[in-house]
Design a protein around this ligand. Structure first.
Ligand SMILES: C[S@@+](CC[C@H](N)C(=O)[O-])C[C@H]1O[C@@H](n2cnc3c(N)ncnc32)[C@H](O)[C@@H]1O
Length: 277
């Protein structure tokens, strides 16, 4: 392996050997600026309950596509994936139920003087009905679906004590996967991904963010494990493993103190699948 050259056999990306190895670190630990030019208009994007940093998504885009690659995000929010693609010279199509998030994405593009990528306001369970989605195959599906009903729940315990108890659902729509029960959510997500796979090229990747819920006596609630199991049922989708995103900007709460262990969630899982139809 030559550290500083792109291997001529490499069809996946344009990384040198050294860059490839760096991109394999299992934990990505970040603290991105939330002010100034390096924040990529965080003041606008934070109107969404969980915007993803474009810089983080850009790292994944660079690994899983080549320049001019084409990327689908069926849960686009305020456009973390779409912004990353614009920054990295890739094209993308975003879908989200919310016209409010579409408008914020448009305002972010205007502020950053980036050309907006096609953004469809619609239900990701109907991808086949969107000509922008069906027009040409995607190299990558990079997405961050709701975390079952985590955001739609009123917060309890330490957050409640600090006056941060309000639920922050993405939308009020019954079509929002974030408003579904746990098992219903898993079925709906599998349905969306099955639909999206029809437009993912062979050997293309699905890269999906998720985080776990607190366990209950009834279930471990390791959503990353349940999503992996649900998506492995889809023919032609091979689970390749995961990376962890450690978001150092999140508060550490004294959950459970001084009685019992309650986990903090300062990390998310980045689940990686390959399409081998
Ligand atoms: C975790 S957020 C995505 C955030 C995004 N990565 C960003 O950077 O802004 C999940 C998104 O899924 C959207 N959503 C939920 N159900 C949907 C559905 N059925 N079709 C399309 N979008 C949906 C929500 O409106 C929400 O914006």
């Amino acid at each position: 392996m030559s550290d500083d050259a792109v291997d001529p056999r490499n069809r996946l990306n344009e990384l040198t050997g050294r860059e490839w190895v760096y991109a394999l670190r299992s934990v990505i630990s970040t603290r991105y600026p939330t002010k100034g030019a390096e924040s990529f208009a965080h003041d606008l994007r934070r109107l969404h309950p969980s915007p993803k940093p474009p810089q983080l998504l850009a790292e994944l885009v660079r690994f899983f596509t080549r320049r001019d690659g084409h990327v689908l995000d069926p849960f686009a929010g305020v456009g973390g994936t779409l912004l990353a693609c614009a920054l990295e010279g890739r094209t993308a199509v975003g879908v989200d139920l919310s016209s409010d998030y579409a408008a914020i994405y448009a305002a972010v593009c205007e502020r950053l003087t980036l050309a907006p990528q096609p953004y469809i306001v619609g239900d990701a369970r109907g991808l086949a009905g969107f000509p922008e989605v069906t027009a040409q195959p995607f190299d990558l599906i990079l997405t961050d679906p709701p975390y079952a009903a985590m955001m739609a729940r009123t917060k309890t315990g330490e957050r409640k004590k600090r006056g941060q108890s309000a639920a922050t659902p993405f939308t009020a729509s019954p079509d929002d996967l974030g408003n579904l029960g746990y098992q219903e959510f898993l079925g709906a997500l599998r349905h969306v991904i099955a639909g999206a796979l029809a437009y993912l090229r062979p050997r293309g990747h699905l890269v999906l963010f998720t985080k776990d819920l607190q366990p209950t006596p009834e279930h471990h609630n390791m959503l990353h494990a349940d999503i992996t199991a649900a998506l492995r049922e889809l023919p032609g989708l091979e689970f390749r493993g995961y990376r962890i995103w450690h978001d150092q900007s999140l508060n550490l709460y004294p959950f459970g103190y001084p009685y019992a262990f309650v986990a903090n969630q300062q990390h998310q899982f980045i689940l990686i699948f390959r399409h081998l139809p």
